[in-house]
Design a protein around this ligand. Sequence first.
Ligand SMILES: NC(=O)c1ccc[n+]([C@@H]2O[C@H](COP(=O)([O-])OP(=O)(O)OC[C@H]3O[C@@H](n4cnc5c(N)ncnc54)[C@H](OP(=O)(O)O)[C@@H]3O)[C@@H](O)[C@H]2O)c1
Length: 313
Amino acid sequence: MRRVRFHAYGGPEVLCVEEAESPVPGPGELLVRTEAIGVTLPCARRVRGDGKGGGDPLPTMPGGEIAGEVVALGPDVTGFAVGDRVTSLTFKGSYAELALAPAALASAIPDGASAVEAVALVRSGQVALAALSTAAPAGRESVLITGAASATGHLAVQLAKLQGVPRVVAAVGSAAKAEFLYGLGADEVVTYDQVSWGEPVDIVLDGVGGELLPRAVAALAEGGRLIFFNSGGGTVPAFELLAGSKTITGLTMRRFATVNPERYARHHARLWELAASGQLRAAVHTELPLAEAAKAHEIIEARANLGKVVLRP
Ligand SMILES: NC(=O)c1ccc[n+]([C@@H]2O[C@H](COP(=O)([O-])OP(=O)(O)OC[C@H]3O[C@@H](n4cnc5c(N)ncnc54)[C@H](OP(=O)(O)O)[C@@H]3O)[C@@H](O)[C@H]2O)c1
């Protein structure tokens, strides 16, 4: 099978295509013939050696999201059969024609749905729904979403509006993304370089972090809460939390899915339901062949994507 790995940290150019033996599924794992592979900002960061927790051991295969067909089951796996079509998170890399996925985090793709849609809708939608349900907007509470045009962010904008949030503010790096976001229902679009982001909000879903984190905390009204789900790191302005009685909650999909399996399953069903009824649209920015993984990373690093970037083996 073909796979893409990096043998040294660097830009997209260090990604190289290799031939390799098929991996063997261990206990609790599925072997999946990939039909669509999600490309994310954390993947690009890992290739540069600045992923969460520092650099990966080299060489490494990036990738954490797949959709495709189950071709083998590890020992003790129940609930799936060879031939099933699934989408899943992966923790052992996914830029390959065959990838290992934990069965506990895999979910079925409905008949008639494409693998590309599964990756764009479910993988990013799970993050958006987890962030939104953790924040639990109530009544007339307002929500600001940073990285709002990203794969995750553009679904969070739509999901917040579907939940009845009266004021959804979409924050992005470039004004060129405004039309896309208004088209998805955002009430206001702001860019990071604007001096003011408008009236304070009750909730921030922070998909960017880093230097933007203090700004995102400052955008909160008194008593507001921020869900920190990004890979950008950053320094928490602790005094601002104290002075404004604000809270920050961290969120990783890995833990959310493991600790809340029922909610994770419910969110999966909800995402497909909303997509089938035409209420939720997962935008696919581009689909590229696996061998063009470097080009996919260039798009993400240029901060140019509107929605999901997908590789097709
Ligand atoms: N907690 C979890 O388990 C989990 C799971 C998946 C994703 N995430 C996080 O969710 C966020 C969005 O992920 P995604 O996969 O939806 O993103 P994506 O589709 O890969 O989009 C990346 C977008 O992030 C923005 N961005 C902010 N800082 C950037 C930087 N330094 N370099 C490049 N782009 C930057 C850019 O838009 P703007 O310039 O408009 O900001 C860019 O278009 C990421 O921080 C990711 O780590 C978290």
